[in-house]
Design a binder for this molecule. Structure first.
Ligand SMILES: Nc1ncnc2c1ncn2[C@@H]1O[C@H](COP(=O)(O)OP(=O)(O)OP(=O)(O)O)[C@@H](O)[C@H]1O
Ligand SMILES: O=C(O)C1=C[C@@H](O)[C@@H](O)[C@H](O)C1
Ligand SMILES: [Mg+2]
Length: 177
């Protein structure tokens, strides 16, 4: 059964927490569409996120991302998989506040590093954001972003040792019943 509240549901969290993966499964569960902010940014730029960072820099990527977030947050009946840093700008957080729910997916740095290492989209979509890379970068970002994710989230979901389908079910039950 689709949710009664037709406002979209947004997924936030660090790289590798499973936003893209879980969004697709939650879309199946709700019968809603799903959309990925990173894909939309790449379509708008006509190149990969790695190429945007390399050619134009991170600030240019964040400008494109803000346009996409603003458009996506105007949609109803959609599951929104956001980029890991989409919560950094206040304008994006203000847009997110209009969603039915903002679901924060969480996992330990060790788990995230393992998932990202083996994911085929990492080279194209996940350029380094600090001078560290790897697990150290994840720990640095977690420190910086934890309070920001917490401030935006209306629901927190631990993804550790859970299959993506279980996580989608957990979110569905928490939000729809
Ligand atoms: N609960 C899980 N258990 C095991 N592997 C998972 C889980 N969730 C996602 N993964 C795997 O981790 C990798 C990253 O997942 P995904 O792309 O969905 O993360 P993301 O949060 O969208 O990352 P990004 O912020 O970079 O877009 C994928 O290979 C995916 O299959
Ligand atoms: O955590 C981040 O800042 C990012 C996460 C990815 O989803 C992409 O949006 C991009 O690689 C930046
Ligand atoms: Mg993603």
């Amino acid at each position: 059964m689709p949710p009664i509240d037709t406002r979209s549901i947004a997924l936030i969290g660090l790289r590798g927490t499973g936003k893209t993966t879980v969004a697709q499964l939650l879309a199946l569960r709700t019968g809603w569409d799903w959309v990925d902010a990173d894909v939309e940014v790449e379509l708008s730029a006509g190149k990969s996120i790695a190429a945007i960072f390399a050619d134009d820099g991170e600030a240019a990527f964040r400008d494109l991302e803000a346009k996409v977030v603003s458009e996506l947050c105007r949609r109803s009946q959609a599951i929104l998989a956001l980029g890991g840093g989409a919560v950094l700008r206040k304008e994006n957080r203000d847009c997110l506040a209009g969603c039915q729910a903002v679901v924060w997916l969480k996992a330990t740095p060790e788990t995230l590093a393992g998932r990202l290492e083996t994911d085929s989209t990492t080279a194209e979509r996940r350029p380094n954001l600090t001078n560290h890379g790897g697990r150290t970068e994840i720990e640095v970002l977690l420190d910086q972003r934890d309070p920001i994710y917490r401030g935006c989230a209306t629901l927190e979901v631990d993804t550790e040792e859970k299959q993506p389908a279980e996580i989608a079910d957990e979110i569905y039950v928490a939000l729809v019943g």
